[in-house]
Design a protein. Structure first.
Length: 316
């Protein structure tokens, strides 16, 4: 049997571009869509290269337990010595920002001050303990900016928690986090394939926090700009010649946590200090920004998987 690339995921819209690139390169692959299913631990998995794109926001598409089932699949594959990219360790970071922040800190990377809380009363206590004039709450298990709200007072927090707009994280953990005031309204997202830096993209945050770069984002994903009318200044722009010491730190972080593919987001404060606040191991790319730059994340990814399938060590 010919070995293949197996793509593990729960969202067809987010894999379309990757499958097109794999087709272009004439690489054999199989679509492993995981929602409901079974894992027979008594059998050995097929040979090949396995790449997981499981998402922390799967529950928003009706796939509540897809990450849990995927972890079973990944552990099974790893036990049998299969070549797995973004395996069980990456998934544990994908579905928990607490895990992300602790791993980032262990790699010497600064994150915003954060307190994890379960329950509305504890969220209030966390905000009081944080002691910041402005602060953010967000879901621990998120994706797409789920649950992100900015507050400038405790009164505003109480109003939100007691109103109809509050939604708890699917895992019950809400993060109360220091708000980093940037001198200009943008964040930077660094993309990595095979554990190596590909490019950085600047993302305009002036309209809000939900900043999914995927072409599949729908207009009802609040503030997600993809698919909207073109603006004078693009929402997503690749940064020409981006070269910052943070890249080496990120690459080492990815190596330590066995993550091959990721988008890592950071923000600078008024004096230029970098605070990293999100690691997306199910990273997507913005087609318009890539076309303007002439470099394509999914093509880089397809080439990487193809090299690994053919036995070349593209990821060390």
């Amino acid at each position: 049997m010919t070995e293949k690339i197996y793509v593990i995921h729960e969202n067809e819209e987010w894999t379309t571009h990757l499958f097109k690139r794999l087709d272009e390169l004439e690489l054999p692959y199989e679509n492993w869509f995981i929602d409901e299913g079974l894992v027979d631990l008594n059998e050995a998995p097929p040979e090949g290269v396995f790449y997981s794109r499981m998402s922390a926001s799967s529950h928003t598409r009706g796939h509540r337990y897809a990450p849990e089932l995927t972890e079973s699949v990944l552990v099974w594959l790893e036990h049998h010595g299969r070549k797995v990219f973004n395996g069980s360790r990456a998934l544990r970071l994908e579905v928990s920002k607490v895990n992300q922040y602790m791993a980032l800190n262990a790699a010497g990377i600064d994150t915003p001050k954060t307190i994890a809380a379960n329950g509305k009363a504890q969220i209030v206590k966390a905000a009081e303990k944080l002691g910041e004039a402005s602060f953010i709450i967000k879901h621990n298990r998120a994706g797409k900016g789920l649950g992100v709200q900015l507050f400038h007072s405790m009164e505003a927090l109480h109003e939100h928690l007691n109103g109809d707009g509050f939604e708890p994280s699917i895992d019950g953990i809400t993060l109360v986090q220091q708000y980093i005031q940037a001198p200009e309204p943008f964040i930077t997202r660094c993309e990595f394939v095979g554990g190596k830096f590909v490019y950085a993209v600047q993302v305009d945050t002036s309209e809000g926090f939900e900043l999914c770069p995927a072409d599949a984002c729908r207009i009802d994903d609040l503030f997600c700009p993809v698919g909207e009318e073109a603006e004078e200044k693009p929402k997503f722009q690749v940064v020409e010649g981006f070269n910052d010491p943070i890249i080496a730190k990120y690459e080492e972080f990815l190596r330590q946590n066995n993550i091959a593919v990721a988008g890592i987001e950071f923000i600078r404060n008024s004096v230029g200090d970098i605070f990293t606040y999100d690691v997306n191991t199910n990273t997507n790319y913005n087609a318009d920004a890539e076309a303007a730059y002439g470099k394509y994340g999914m093509l880089e990814l397809a080439n990487f998987l193809g090299k690994e399938l053919k036995g070349a060590k593209a990821f060390v």
